[in-house]
Design a protein around this ligand. Structure first.
Ligand code: ADP
Length: 482
């Protein structure tokens, strides 16, 4: 077993104490590239969750009342602590999640950038003075932290998903209880350590690992939790929205996607191919903004498919720690089985394999980067989130046709288009039903801009000046008799 003790406590952080589950139960954390057990962390449940919520609730009034300068200083120290440990944190993330080290490094840098952004935004939690319609009154709004925030996060971005939740929560003056995915608990536990180092008082940041149902159940039922912020599947998100009704918690949801990637005849071919490669294969295709449907116009279809498939076939599939790795392992066996099912379905319906097509010769959880052409709307991968390294290329003729195809989904997270026609860019902006739109660009996520979906892809925004709003309650005050 790799010794991670120098990097992270293999314990939960509750009210400033690093503790195990009351029952002593633990679960294994494995490296998806090797199958090796790399750590054991507590298998916490309802009791530990209640304790963490109580700790966050008790810490809230004093934390919210701290001078703004103190809060900002802690956040700046947290930002620096993340950067100071970037290499070790990236290495640990690759060990538990599998992504290539270059991607893990970039994710850690992104986590730090979100913390810094929200440290800056903490200074701009403005209220308003509203002109009074009558004499002798002063009307105003002020904004206040919502209280205890619970954050539930997935395994595909085990650090930055937390940054986008913990960052605004701490900046707003909220305290947090964090529950990461069980596949990637280490990258979350370390947030507890870094927050301690940065000087956040005990109870402000609490981190629990263990049963999603038990921890999630208590979080959702407990009236002390005033907000739930979740990134994960649409199905679980819907359950959490329903459960939030019981105590009318605020909800922020970053859910599934079914991203279209449109390449028009007038596109810069090289740029489109490079963009498609990143948008499809980053993190082995396991991101909610990954391209799910590649739509290519007839006039450029063959050239694009050939150039794209050549680049895909040349990708280096290897453990994320290996130099030059471009695609690591998938997260688990179920993810591999899903690729196999979706591919079998597509090929039985007329899809043609251009490259890849199954498990990789490296064995284990490695899957070949795969391209299928002649994809059609009756294939399961047209409507289901692939969440893996399989690219499906569809053909289209007109802009109206592709816009209709792109919008024909209950999801609305990210969409991409490659075209040189400026008028078309604005038509796409108006007509595509998506919260995020990349035109001639795919690496569009940045702390300065609001990230989030519409339709069944979610509610709320993370990042941008909007990213802190969901962590604040608005109060209106009327002073009379002036
Ligand atoms: P993914 O498998 O893509 O990460 P999930 O929606 O299954 O998506 O999981 C996202 C997060 O939600 C994980 O931390 C998981 O443990 C958690 N989770 C799963 N089921 C529940 C549930 N019933 N209540 C609360 N959290 C849950």
């Amino acid at each position: 077993m790799t010794d991670f003790s120098h990097l992270v406590h293999q314990a939960n952080l509750i009210g400033g104490a690093w503790v195990g589950a009351e029952s002593g139960a633990v679960f294994d954390v494995t490296n998806p590239a090797t199958g090796d057990v790399i750590a054991r962390v507590p298998n916490a449940g309802e009791v530990e969750t209640r304790r963490a919520i109580d700790a966050a609730h008790a810490a809230f009034p004093a934390y919210a009342a701290l001078p703004l300068n103190d809060r900002v200083a802690m956040m700046r120290r947290l930002h620096q602590a993340i950067l100071d440990n970037q290499e070790a944190l990236a290495w640990m993330m690759t060990a538990e999640q599998g992504k290539p080290l270059v991607e893990a490094r970039a994710e850690i840098a992104s986590s730090a950038a979100y913390v810094l952004w929200f440290a800056e935004e903490a200074r701009r939690i403005y209220g308003e003075i509203i002109p009074s319609p009558v004499k002798g009154r002063r009307l105003m709004t002020t904004r206040h932290p919502v209280g205890v925030v619970a954050a539930i996060t997935p395994w595909n971005f085990p650090s930055s998903m937390l940054a986008r939740k913990i960052g605004p929560a701490l900046a707003a003056g909220c305290t947090v209880v964090v529950k990461p995915a069980s596949a990637t608990p280490l990258s979350a536990l370390v947030w507890g350590q870094l927050a301690e180092q940065a000087g956040f008082p005990p109870g402000v940041v609490n981190v629990l690992t263990g049963s999603a149902r038990a921890i999630g159940g208590e979080i959702m039922a407990n009236p002390k939790v005033r907000k739930i912020t979740f990134t994960g599947s649409t199905d679980i998100g819907k359950d959490l929205i329903r459960a939030a009704a019981g105590t009318v918690k605020r909800v922020s949801m970053e859910l599934g996607g079914n991203a279209p990637f449109m390449v028009f005849d007038d596109a810069d071919l090289d740029r489109a191919v490079t963009g498609a490669l990143f948008a499809k294969f980053r993190n082995a295709g396991q991101t909610c903004v990954c391209t799910n449907r590649l739509y290519v116009q007839s006039g450029i279809y063959d050239r694009f498919t050939e150039a794209f498939a050549a680049r895909v076939a040349a990708m280096k599939v290897a453990p994320g720690h290996e130099a030059g790795a471009e695609q690591g392992p998938m997260i688990d066996e179920a993810a591999i089985a899903k690729m196999e099912d979706l591919l079998a379905d597509a090929l039985s319906k007329g899809g043609q394999l251009v490259t890849g097509g199954g498990r990789h010769a490296r064995g284990g959880l490695f899957f070949q980067p795969t391209v299928v052409k002649n994809a059609t709307t009756d294939m399961r991968m047209n409507s289901e989130e692939i969440f893996g390294p399989v690219a499906a290329i569809y053909r289209f003729d007109t802009e109206d046709e592709v816009v209709a195809l792109a919008n024909d989904t209950e999801y609305g997270l990210a969409a991409y288009a490659y075209t040189q026609d400026m008028a078309r860019m604005f038509r796409l902006q108006d007509q595509l039903g998506y919260g995020l739109l990349g035109i001639n660009e795919v690496a569009i996520v940045t702390p300065e801009a609001p990230f989030g979906g519409i339709k069944e892809s979610g509610v709320g925004r993370e990042g941008g000046r909007q990213g802190i709003e969901d962590f604040l309650d608005l109060k209106y005050t009327c002073i009379g008799g002036l």
